[in-house]
Design a protein around this ligand. Structure first.
Ligand code: ITT
Length: 197
């Protein structure tokens, strides 16, 4: 089974990548140095791709410093974009979640509730960097619902959701079928397969 290192401090992201890619023959593991996920500096930017590329550049430097440059490495940056709140929380999604949380987002919204999630994943293949993007359109629920997943999952209803369920009311498999991350990682898998990696 091929191994993919995932440089992230978010265990929810790791679980979703494992759900999606393990059945396809990939073992996904945290990228760690001396048993710890290394700290990465995220640049101030209003662009997810810029952030993802900054993360992969730092990750590749760390691989090089460990003599592991031939290994593959995955990073990704994701954000929730709410139409009624231009660019918000967007690239500030992590900060906004910590400061006002899902409740705070619900308090800011009125009737206009359409939103989308974006993921920009950057993969170091051992030779080069490839970028994959996934988008999921949906809306913000009227209240928090569900216990699964992480982050904004209790308030996001994807358009494909049959019964108006939030991501947090779905299993990891169901969420991945529609989600921004699922789409980006399936594109990544197709690339790895086509490339014979
Ligand atoms: P990294 O270490 O990978 O950077 P992070 O949690 O800082 O992990 P991001 O900056 O990409 O990740 O995510 C921004 C915020 O958006 C963060 O608070 C996440 O919890 C949230 N988020 C990302 N993907 C999500 C998803 O699929 N469902 C709900 N919330 C999500």
């Amino acid at each position: 089974m091929a191994t993919l290192n995932f440089l992230t401090g978010n265990s929810g992201k790791l679980t979703e990548a494992q759900t999606l890619l393990s059945p396809l023959g990939w073992e996904i593991q945290f990228f760690e140095i001396n048993g710890e996920v290394p700290e990465i500096v995220e640049p101030q930017s209003d662009n997810l791709t810029t952030v993802a590329l900054a993360k992969i550049a730092q990750g590749v430097e760390l691989l090089a410093s460990q003599g592991r440059l031939q290994e593959s490495l995955l990073v990704e940056d994701s954000g929730l974009f709410i139409d009624a709140l231009p660019q918000f929380p967007g690239v500030y999604s992590a900060h906004v979640l910590k400061s006002i949380g899902c409740d705070g987002i619900l308090r800011l919204l009125d009737e206009e509730r359409t939103a989308h999630f974006l993921t920009v994943a950057a993969l170091w293949t051992g030779e080069a960097v490839e970028v994959f993007v996934g988008r999921c359109d949906g809306s913000i629920s009227m209240e928090m619902k569900g216990e699964s997943g992480f982050g904004y999952d209790p308030i996001f209803i994807p358009d494909e959701s049959q019964n108006g369920l939030t991501f947090a009311e779905m299993t990891s498999e169901e969420k991945s079928a529609y989600s921004h991350r699922g789409r980006a990682l399936r594109a990544l898998f197709d690339y790895l397969n086509d490339d014979g990696a």
